[in-house]
Design a protein around this ligand. Structure first.
Ligand code: PEP
Ligand code: MG
Length: 538
């Protein structure tokens, strides 16, 4: 059995097909006719462009426009003067052959991307390699596409699958794929999830371990691969596959269903997002809204804070995509375990108890105001709710609202619009806020319970520490009491309460939360349908 990273859920049982791209040997040659060599490059770029257009059309049909955008990005890369223009310059300046020029420029770009801190950006190196491979194949006269799979129930095994390889997989024959490298955010993994075929990536040397024609079981839930299993194991997995398919089919019926408990209470089941594009998954899984947009992700992996206009675009995108469904955006929650390279924070003994979230924002008003202005301006594009993280008492909420008023006055003076319908709430993630909930509820529009932090503060058990993880228990009676106090406190004053910590999607906790009268559950998109099902059984 081999273990890798579970990239796309499901089970598959089939025959291995090892995909090996033809190796092209790139030699280093000096050319005499620069014009001719540049023409060769142009022909290869044109051929690549045509091929990519076809792949894109196929992808649009099979995966939808959004997922096919990667091929548009590839086409753009072919026309990018920084990339292909550089290749031309290499031929001109050093008189090397086109293939060598493509290889050289690609290596430089790949190195830059692969050294970036952000996993997503690192994965983009794969796009550059993909485009480059295509150009080189076309230069070698071996363009055209891919591998032809004739047998049904095929499991494709490759060192890495490029996005174009993935898009061309014939879904009537390919039932899963496995790769040596890659992570959950690699395009092939994202596409596998969209195609809804199981995939395990990052398996190390799976191409060497498996032979063509081997019988293989793929467990896309645990990220496991079993090679040439016994009949008994095959039967076990056949049964697992049957019940998984049934479960998924059943769950899909809930996409458009409003979640109502047995005694008739309507409950909202929403998604948590970190990047604006994540809303698409929330919608695809039948989310009633966005219950938490962790905006600090907009601030990460860059050299400076996002500008007001950049933030406005992100918030507007999410609000428009959600078409009137509620979007709860949390203001910057930096500090603790989340730091920014351009915002030096003081060294503290206990950063989780220190200078973070609203504390930092109230101290750094210039930073806070950029975000608040962007939020206010975006508010006209949908149903916006804003919440402040790490609120411990009324004073902080009032101070934050004062800054909001300042921003509103500025926008009015500048003749810029904002909505008066925004709801203003707080995260309840510090025990003090939970205990004081019935008083705070008089002043806020809503609460959202952040159990990830609430549990660690209540039980004094660091959420990052494995050593004390045995204490970190969402169902501890003291945690449950605080949750109940928060819900009761809000309801006393006619306010609604959501939960956006991991506990909201926890199957074992949901029945209790429904019993306590929680109004909104917010979780990762892939948990939404299952949560809907459980809530409806209560
Ligand atoms: C929480 O604390 O429960 C929460 C949702 O916020 P974060 O995990 O971002 O701290
Ligand atoms: Mg928190």
């Amino acid at each position: 059995m081999k273990k890798g990273i579970a990239a796309s859920k499901g089970y598959a049982i089939g025959k291995a097909f090892i995909q090996e791209h033809e190796e092209i040997v790139i030699t280093d040659q000096k050319v005499n006719d620069i014009v001719e060599e540049k023409q060769k490059l142009h022909n290869a770029l044109d051929a690549s462009r045509e091929q990519l257009k076809k792949i894109k059309e196929k992808a649009v049909k099979e995966m939808g426009a959004e997922k096919a955008e990667v091929f548009e990005a590839h086409i753009t890369l072919l026309d990018d003067p920084e990339f292909t223009g550089q290749m031309e310059m290499e031929i001109e300046n050093t008189k090397i052959n086109a293939m060598k020029a493509v290889e050289g420029v690609t290596n430089t770009f790949v190195m830059i991307f692969e050294s970036m801190d952000d996993e997503y950006m690192r994965e983009r190196a794969a796009d550059i390699k993909d485009v480059s491979k295509r150009i080189i194949l076309n230069l070698a006269g071996k363009g055209g596409d891919a591998f032809s799979i004739t047998e049904e129930n095929t499991i494709v095994i490759a060192h890495d699958l490029t996005p174009s390889d993935t898009a061309q997989l014939d879904r009537s024959k390919v039932i899963a794929f496995l790769t040596n490298i890659g992570g959950r955010t690699s395009h092939s993994a994202i596409m596998a999830r969209t195609l809804e075929i199981p995939a395990v990536v990052g398996l190390g040397d799976i191409t060497a371990t498996v032979q063509n024609g081997d019988f293989v079981i793929v467990d896309g839930i645990k990220g496991e691969v079993i090679i040439n299993p016994s009949e008994e194991v095959v039967n076990e997995y056949k049964a697992k596959r049957e019940s998984f398919i049934k479960e998924q089919e059943e769950l899909k019926k809930l996409i458009d269903v409003k979640t109502v408990t047995k005694d008739g209470k309507r409950v909202e089941v929403c998604g948590n997002i970190g990047k604006p594009e994540d809303v698409n998954q929330v919608l695809a899984n039948g989310g009633d809204g966005v219950g938490l947009f962790r905006t600090e992700f907009l601030y990460m992996d860059r050299d400076s804070a996002p500008t007001e206009d950049e933030q406005y675009d992100s918030y507007r995108y999410v609000l428009q995509k959600m078409e009137g469904k509620q979007v709860v955006i949390r203001t910057l929650d930096i500090g603790g375990d989340k730091t920014l390279p351009y915002l030096p924070l003081p060294q503290e003994m206990n950063p989780f108890l220190g200078y973070r979230a609203i504390r930092l924002c109230l101290d750094r008003k210039e930073l806070f105001k950029v975000q608040l202005r962007a939020l206010l301006r975006a508010s006209i594009h949908g149903k916006l709710a804003v919440m402040f993280p790490m609120i411990s008492g009324l004073e902080e909420f009032n101070q934050a609202k004062e800054v909001v008023e300042e921003c509103k006055a500025e926008l009015r003076a500048e003749g810029k619009e904002y909505s008066e319908e925004i709801q203003w709430g707080i995260m309840v993630e510090i025990p003090a806020a939970a205990v004081y909930a019935d008083e705070l509820a008089k002043h806020v529009d809503f609460f959202s319970i952040g159990t990830n932090d609430l549990i660690q503060y209540t039980l004094a058990a660091d959420r990052m520490s494995e050593k004390v993880s045995y204490l970190y228990n969402p169902m501890h009676p003291a945690v449950l009491r605080l949750i109940k106090m928060t819900i009761d406190g809000a309801h006393k004053h006619g306010k609604w309460v959501g939960m956006c910590g991991e506990m909201a999607g926890d199957e074992t906790a949901i029945p209790t939360l429904v019993e306590y009268g929680l109004d909104e559950f917010s979780m990762s998109a892939s948990s939404i349908l299952n949560a809907k099902k459980i809530i409806m059984e209560q």
